[in-house]
Design a protein around this ligand. Structure first.
Ligand code: ATP
Ligand code: MG
Length: 309
C-alpha cells in the first residue's frame, strides 16, 4: 500500500464558547483540541487506514502530548515528529464573530513547529513514502521551506506524486511566497484549492480560464472545494460536480483538511475520482457538524453511515 507524507504545523486550538469580538475580556473557553491543518489532514488519512506520516515538531508539554496521543490512536506514524525539550507546542485561540468570521491569537512562528530541523527519522520517512501532501504554510519559514522542497525532490524523483492545498488567504501572499508556491505548483499532480484560492496563481480571474491555465503548468487533476456549495473535480477531459450534503454547520474549521485527507486516501488506493469525491464531500460535511478542528475526521464506517442517511 502506498504511504502518504505531510509536513507542517501541529498545534492546539482553544475555542471561545461565545461569539464576539476577540479576547479583550475574560471569557469561557473550550479546549485544548488537537489541531494544525497538516495534522488534521493526516489524521483523516490515518483514520481511513491508509499508511501515513507527518514531519513536525512539538514541545515537551501537554499540548504536544495531546496531539501525539491522538495521531497515534488514529494510526498516523509519528516517528517524524521531534519533541523539543524546553520549547512550547504551537497554539491558536479562536473566537467566532457574529458574522461567522474568526478572530485568532496565534503562537506558531515562535513555537516548536516553527523551528523544524532535519533528523534521521525524517530520512527514513522520505525513503518510505510515495505521496507528499503540502500546504501553503509548509513554505512559511526557512527551515520548513528547505525541508518541503527537498521532500518534493526526493519523492518525485522516485516516481511518487504530490498534492498541494494552498490553504491561505490572498491577503497574506507576498511576492516571495507566491514565487515559492509556484515552484511547488509546477510539480503538483493534484491541486486542491478552496474558493478564491483557485486564482492565487493565475492571471485569469474566471473559473474555467483559471483551470486551463493551471493545466498548462503541468497539473493533472484539480479538486475545487466550494464550502457549503459542494465541490468540483477537473481533468483536461472531464469535470465532475458534487452537490453538498445539508448539515447544521457547527464549526467549519478543518472541513477542507478532512475533505483533502479523504479524497487523497481513496484516490491513492485506486478508487475512481467520482468515488473519492463522494467520500471527500461526506468527510467535509461531517467535519463541520462537530466542534473542534480535528474532532470531525471520519472512519470509513462513519462515512458509509453518513452517506447511507
Ligand atoms: P478549511 O477551513 O479547513 O481550510 P476549506 O476552505 O479548505 O476549509 P471548504 O471548501 O470550506 O474547505 O470545505 C471543504 C469541503 O467540505 C467542501 O467542498 C464540501 O464538500 C464540504 N463542506 C464544507 N462546508 C460544508 C457545509 N456547510 N455543508 C456541507 N458540506 C460542506
Ligand atoms: Mg482550506
Amino acid at each position: 500500500m502506498r504511504k502518504i507524507l505531510t509536513i507542517g504545523e501541529i498545534l492546539v486550538e482553544i475555542v471561545a464558547t461565545t461569539k464576539g469580538n476577540g479576547f479583550l475580556e475574560a471569557q469561557p473557553l473550550i479546549g485544548p483540541f488537537p489541531s494544525g491543518a497538516p495534522a488534521i489532514f493526516i489524521d483523516q488519512v490515518g483514520k481511513l487506514k491508509t499508511p501515513c506520516a507527518i514531519i513536525s515538531r512539538v514541545g515537551n508539554d501537554d499540548f504536544g502530548q495531546l496531539n501525539l496521543n491522538r495521531l497515534m490512536a488514529d494510526q498516523v506514524d509519528i516517528s517524524g515528529i521531534s519533541i523539543a525539550e524546553g520549547e512550547t507546542t504551537g497554539s491558536a485561540f479562536v473566537r467566532y464573530q457574529a458574522n461567522g468570521d474568526r478572530k485568532f491569537v496565534f503562537n506558531i512562528a515562535h513555537s516548536a513547529c516553527g523551528k523544524l530541523e532535519d533528523n534521521p527519522n525524517i530520512e527514513v520517512l522520505l525513503a518510505q513514502c510515495d505521496h507528499l501532501h503540502l500546504m501553503g504554510t509548509a513554505l512559511s519559514s526557512p527551515g520548513l521551506k528547505n525541508m518541503a522542497l527537498r521532500a518534493v525532490q526526493v519523492i518525485k524523483a522516485r516516481g511518487g506524486t504530490l498534492s498541494f492545498d494552498p490553504n491561505l488567504r490572498a491577503e497574506i501572499m507576498t511576492p516571495e511566497l507566491c514565487s515559492d508556491l509556484k515552484m511547488i505548483l509546477r510539480q503538483t499532480d493534484l491541486f486542491l484549492p478552496s474558493g478564491d484560492e483557485l486564482f492565487l496563481f493565475t492571471e485569469a480571474k474566471e473559473e474555467q480560464a483559471a483551470i486551463n491555465e493551471l493545466f498548462v503548468l503541468g497539473i493533472q487533476e484539480i479538486v475545487l472545494k466550494r464550502g457549503n456549495q459542494g465541490a468540483t473535480y477537473f481533468t483536461k477531459e472531464q469535470q465532475i460536480n458534487i452537490l453538498p450534503h445539508h448539515v447544521d454547520e457547527l464549526d467549519p474549521t478543518g472541513a477542507g483538511d478532512s475533505f483533502g485527507g479523504a479524497f487523497i486516501s481513496f484516490w491513492i488506493n485506486g478508487y475512481s475520482a467520482a468515488e473519492a469525491l463522494r467520500y471527500a464531500n461526506a468527510a467535509g460535511a461531517r467535519a463541520v457538524t462537530l466542534l473542534g478542528p480535528m474532532e470531525g475526521t471520519s472512519t470509513q464506517l462513519e462515512l458509509d453511515q453518513f452517506l447511507a442517511q
